[in-house]
Write a protein that binds this ligand. Structure first.
Ligand code: DON
Length: 568
């Protein structure tokens, strides 16, 4: 692949990652789109991909590498990598078994249904996004420790150490990160009573070093005491102290009681391929499978990539899937979700009976207040495959870029603002324009509905594709598009990941599309059919691994970010 760079990492780099590999030189390949023989990690930052790949090379399995990558992302990609947030890790071992580790945040025990409404019953501006009350009980540490203790091979200390070193020694921020940090400077200053590592007197520039000593100390406590190093003791004390000062409600009890949950993946077949993905409390898996099943009967490849017919069909499927989401999906530990029915072929073909090949249908009404051009892509996904064919597909988030921008004083980690993923008032759109109702209302201890869609595909029982993306409500539609790009449009992984994208989510009733993705003739034909179209900056940021015939791994690190593939 011409875009890849081939580097031989010298001992100095190895030492900086505390890999004790003796004097031999380590050959690691890294780049946007590379092909490797053995293991591969694709994540949002070159540092975290490298750390994961080195763990693989050291004899760690895919879960060891995923956990190392996850902790490294909390350091080198604080926009979304985290220990103060949550996520979903989908693991498929090489014997074909798969499991989901759900470490989604939970509403604190003192949360209540109308906690974000003012006296007149209106949503208080910014309360579910910008304050201590925006944070759900963090799940990431419990999730990664659960994954490692059940499926990891190397000692936990070895897996987390590279992240500690990275926090202590610092790393060079990318141009994009410097911009993100500068854009958020004011929020960091206004929402914290001290000066977090993310604030500098001058503006950040490409290549500046970000050192995070408090975070390193927190990571050391996790290294030394496992989950207790986060959910009790000094770290918990710092978090609860900050909550009390900031009028937050996450309590000691909430931290003590937080548990990651093992769930059965959702699975489905599509055109001879087997899809494995996540169940509620993410809506992502249900939506992805609904989209695949609703579009399966139609000749997508014959119609062509981003053709009028394909965009129209996919839009109409998306409209229906997102309408179902708003009504039926939430935390399965609190509500009964008719998942089997929502995914049944009969139900889905019935849903598509009203599909008119010539005309757009209309969502009930267009809701006001949808933030135009919402640009945050700051969840993050990483994909890992080891030399033995074990695979991990993880999506994790703080919700917004840098969560609520609140750093726990002296503990160095950012808090999530995931409570905004609840439906804080029926029918009122959240920051992604998503509407919901009772199924996703706030309740103590309940997990807020997610759109995260880590996925794994098999062909004839063999691993084929590992993928996922950030993007809020656009996550399942982005994963869907990349899957059909590979399966229906025969693209290679680089083309499939980088190709233009569009999105519809029932409400608001319009198709958003990436600049230059759709040509003007197609746009005007879609408008003639009754669709409303709006251009936006970019959609999603996929990190994928495709297994090639013969077993080599092809990395697909989205051109839209600093994403990087690394392996050997
Ligand atoms: O769980 C969810 O669906 C959201 N909190 C994800 C947020 C996200 O993807 C942010 N990036 N655009």
């Amino acid at each position: 692949m011409n875009k890849s760079i081939y580097i031989i990492l010298s001992l100095s780099f190895v030492t900086s990652c505390t890999m004790k590999t003796g004097n031999e030189k380590i050959k690691i390949i890294e780049g946007k789109n590379i092909i490797t023989d053995s293991g591969m990690v694709v994540s949002a930052h070159p540092q975290s991909s490298r750390i994961g790949a080195l763990i693989l090379q050291k004899g760690g399995n895919a879960v060891d590498a995923a956990v190392a990558t996850g902790f490294a992302l909390a350091v080198c990609y604080p926009e979304a990598g985290n220990i103060g947030g949550g996520g979903f890790m989908l693991i498929r071992t090489n014997d074909g078994k798969s499991v989901v580790i759900d470490y989604r945040e939970k509403a604190p025990g003192n949360a209540s249904r109308d906690m974000y409404l003012d006296k007149s019953g209106n949503v208080s501006d910014g309360m579910s996004t910008d304050t201590y009350l925006a944070s759900g009980v963090p799940g990431s540490v419990a999730g990664m420790i659960t994954a490692h203790s059940k499926y990891g091979k190397l000692p936990f200390k070895e897996v987390i150490q590279p992240a500690i070193d990275l926090a202590e020694k610092g790393f060079a921020v990318t141009k994009k990160q410097a911009d993100d940090l500068n854009v958020n400077k004011l929020s960091f200053i206004e929402r914290n009573t001290f000066r977090p590592a993310f604030v500098k007197d001058s503006l950040w520039k490409d290549g500046d070093t970000l050192v995070q000593n408090d975070l390193a100390e927190t990571l050391k406590r996790i290294r030394d005491y496992g989950r207790e190093g986060f959910y009790s003791g000094r770290t918990a004390g710092l978090l609860i102290g900050a909550m009390k000062k900031g009028n937050g409600i996450v309590s000691e009890q909430d931290l003590k009681e937080y548990k990651a949950v093992l769930r059965l993946p959702l699975t489905a077949d599509y055109k001879g391929y087997h899809i494995i993905t996540v169940p509620p409390p993410s809506s992502g898996g249900v939506t992805l499978i609904q989209l695949l099943k609703m579009t399966e009967p139609y000749p997508l490849s014959h119609w062509g990539f981003l053709s009028v017919q394909a965009i129209h069909l996919i839009t109409e499927a998306e409209r229906r899937a997102f309408a179902d989401r708003s009504q039926y999906l939430g935390d399965p530990d609190f509500i009964k979700i008719p998942v089997d029915q929502l995914l049944s072929t009969n139900y889905l073909s019935e849903r598509m009976r009203t599909f008119d090949e010539k005309k757009a249908s209309s969502s009930q009404e267009i809701r006001p207040g949808f933030p135009e051009g919402y640009t945050s892509e700051q969840t993050t996904h990483y994909s890992v495959v080891d030399a033995q064919g074990n695979a991990v597909s993880t999506t994790t988030t703080l919700n917004n870029t840098f969560g609520n921008s609140i750093v726990v004083d002296s503990a160095g980690f950012l808090l999530n603002n995931e409570m905004d993923d609840f439906s804080v008032k029926p029918g009122v759109p959240n920051m992604y324009g998503l509407v919901g109702g009772e199924a996703n209302s706030v309740k103590p201890g309940k997990r807020m509905l997610s759109s995260m869609t880590p996925a794994i595909l098999e062909k004839d029982g063999k691993l084929l594709l590992v993928l996922g993306t950030p993007g809020g409500s656009t996550i399942p539609t982005t994963v869907f598009q990349v899957i059909i790009n590979v399966l229906d449009y025969n693209m290679n992984i680089e083309q499939a990941v980088d190709a233009g994208r569009f999105h519809h989510q029932w409400l608001p009733d319009w198709i958003s599309y990436e600049k230059n993705a759709i040509d003007s003739l197609t746009l005007s034909e879609l408008e003639d059919m009754g669709h409303i179209l709006k251009e936006r900056a970019s959609i999603g940021s996929i990190n994928a691994i495709l297994i090639l015939p013969g077993g080599k791994k092809a990395g697909g690190a989205d051109k839209r970010g600093n994403n990087s593939s690394c392996g050997y």
